[in-house]
Design a protein. Structure first.
Length: 219
């Protein structure tokens, strides 16, 4: 069971993630990084993300995980297994477990801060608002919040495409929902992305891990 967070909230926070196993995560970082190094970076990204989530007001914090929890899993989260299927089906199923407002993020944006997510987690976040949407710079999305977490609002949206975010946001507005936007963020997919994100959050585990790997490669 999760332990109480720093303050109460009205929204369930979902983090959808994959166990950082070499060869299964961040494969687009290879090369220049080895599969083991890519998994180290994924672990650091996940640690930074979960650490930030613990500082945020939430009704409940849930790690929706493909794989098994590890030493990187802090107290304060309920761990829930991802269902089988495509990413849209797994996101939809995660929302389907929630009985009230829910906000879902991934593990690819370790630069998130409490201030960045604060508008979507305030006590009045859902006043006159049905959905929150955080666009990703690659055309996807890094955050999705639903006042009424209807899986049908996500299921069937094609994922990992340059138009994924546009299609998902249109799905919300076409359903008559009032949508508020969060700032765009850059996902960590490639080595170039990793260095950009590390520079944006220089004090996190992700930046420290990347710096260590880069120094080792330069020797």
């Amino acid at each position: 069971m999760s332990t109480p967070g720093p303050c109460p909230g009205v929204t369930t926070l979902l983090v959808i993630a994959k166990e950082p196993v070499p060869g299964r995560v961040k494969t687009r970082l290879t090369p220049p990084f080895s599969p083991a190094e890519a998994a180290e970076l994924a672990t650091a990204a996940l640690e930074d993300t979960l650490r930030t989530v613990l500082t945020l007001p939430a009704r409940r914090r849930v790690l929706v995980l493909d794989g098994h929890p590890g030493a990187w899993t802090p107290p304060g989260f309920d761990v829930q297994a991802q269902c089988a299927g495509t990413l849209d089906e797994r996101i939809a199923a995660a929302f389907g477990t929630c009985s009230g407002p829910a906000l879902l993020i991934g593990m690819d944006t370790p630069q998130i801060t409490s201030a960045l997510l604060a508008p979507a987690l305030a006590q009045d976040a859902w006043d006159g608002c049905d959905a929150w949407f955080g666009p990703a710079e690659d055309g996807g999305f890094w955050a999705l919040g639903l006042a009424v977490p209807d899986p049908g609002l996500v299921r069937g949206v094609p994922m990992s495409r340059p138009d994924t975010g546009g299609i998902q946001r249109a799905r919300l507005t076409d359903a008559g929902l009032t949508v508020r936007d969060l700032p765009p963020l850059r996902d960590v997919d490639t080595a170039e992305d990793a260095r950009y994100v590390a520079a944006a959050a220089p004090h996190g585990s992700f930046s420290g891990t990347l710096g260590r790997l880069d120094r080792a490669a330069a020797r």
